[in-house]
Design a protein around this ligand. Structure first.
Ligand SMILES: Nc1ncnc2c1ncn2[C@@H]1O[C@H](COP(=O)(O)OP(=O)(O)OP(=O)(O)O)[C@@H](O)[C@H]1O
Ligand SMILES: [Mg+2]
Length: 332
């Protein structure tokens, strides 16, 4: 398959090529028949330096798995991941230390991701210690600077507290400070607001936007919420059952969605601009698991626009319909 973006003149920081992750599953407990769950299935995209790319889709579509593959918390079944033109599969030894500084992940759950026995200072300083960065005084200064940047000020009020003494929003700020203290150039943010109270989500979203301005970080921002993606991301990739079905500029995706699945997602979220009227697409059935999927379009069974020819045709590839807007659908 050809790579799906026309960004040759841009500085590409992350390139994902035909990435797949299959998990063996027991399809039937009684027969013991082995099958493969296609969590991520032949996914390709690029992120440019300084850009935020949103990865959006329903629960179980493969967002977290994609993020975990990029930061090397999971190993691909096939495909390649290049960070600043280096294939992450080739990174070993000292290179791994550098990779761990360059690429960080922020997790969904600020309750699980922080060690309850460590102080905030120790938590945020740990990546500096592990990587042997700076003297003690320099680390102290960096931790304080980071706490200020994430809005935990004055730092002296937080340094020697423990995670359980903090609110969910404050904990997520600590987790963000810890991820960013080594000044990574690329961050995978996996739904950092979804476990938080609605009232504090906006604060964390604004922080993510601010940090991008202040530190010039490029993100893959994972969310199931298109309104969040529109607010934070330059471009949005829409995933369905392990595959990207549409990718384009955020405004195009939200205002001019083309894939029947994206249209269905848009109709499910309140569109901030009431001037835009949208017909409510009729989306039948629930999300299934991509276990040994048929070689046709993954959305066929639920698609309100499908035609009989779609049942026979092979799985559609992403095609550029103009201006870098990519869609995988036979009906175009
Ligand atoms: N370690 C694993 N072993 C087996 N199956 C897995 C594993 N991790 C993920 N899966 C399956 O892979 C698919 C994709 O999961 P993933 O967590 O990436 O989805 P997601 O888009 O992040 O969902 P959510 O919005 O709920 O976080 C799901 O069907 C999930 O059950
Ligand atoms: Mg997830």
């Amino acid at each position: 398959m050809t790579l799906p973006t026309a960004t040759e003149s841009k500085d590409v920081i992350l390139e994902v090529c035909n990435l797949s992750k299959y998990y063996p599953v027991n399809q039937s407990f009684f027969s013991g028949k082995k099958a493969l769950l296609h969590a991520v299935d032949n996914v390709s995209f690029q992120v440019n330096r300084g850009e935020v790319l949103g990865l959006v889709g329903e629960s179980g579509c493969g967002k977290t798995t994609t993020g975990r593959l990029i930061v090397r918390l999971a190993t691909p079944t096939s495909g390649r991941i290049l960070i600043e033109n280096t294939d992450v599969a080739d990174i070993k030894g000292q290179g791994m230390m550098e990779f761990r500084q360059k690429v960080q992940m922020i997790f969904q759950d600020p309750y699980e991701s922080l060690d309850p026995r460590m102080t905030i200072f120790d938590i945020v300083a740990e990546p500096l210690n592990v990587n042997g960065i700076g003297t003690f005084e320099e680390r102290e200064a960096q931790v304080e600077e980071m706490l200020n940047l994430v809005g935990l000020a004055p730092p002296s009020a937080f340094l020697f507290r423990f995670p359980h003494e903090l609110s969910g929003g404050q904990r997520q700020r600590v987790a963000i400070a810890r991820a960013l203290v080594v000044r990574p150039s690329f961050v995978v943010a996996d739904e950092p607001t979804s476990m938080l109270d609605v009232s504090i989500r906006t604060g964390i979203m604004k922080l993510m936007a601010q940090l991008r301005e202040d530190l010039g970080i490029s993100y893959l921002y994972i969310t199931h919420d298109l309104a969040v993606a529109r607010y934070l991301c330059d471009r949005i990739a829409v995933m369905y059952l392990g595959q990207i079905v549409e990718l384009g500029d955020s405004e195009d995706i939200v205002k001019k969605p083309v894939h029947p699945y994206t249209k269905a997602l848009i109709s499910a979220v309140p569109v901030p601009d009431p001037a835009i009227e949208r017909p409510i697409p009729n989306i039948k059935g629930g999300v299934s698991k991509p276990i040994d999927p048929k070689p046709r379009c993954r959305f066929y069974d639920r698609c309100p626009e499908s035609e009989s020819s779609c049942a026979e045709a092979k799985n559609p590839e992403l095609r550029d319909i103009g201006g870098g807007h990519l869609v995988a659908c036979h009906l175009l």
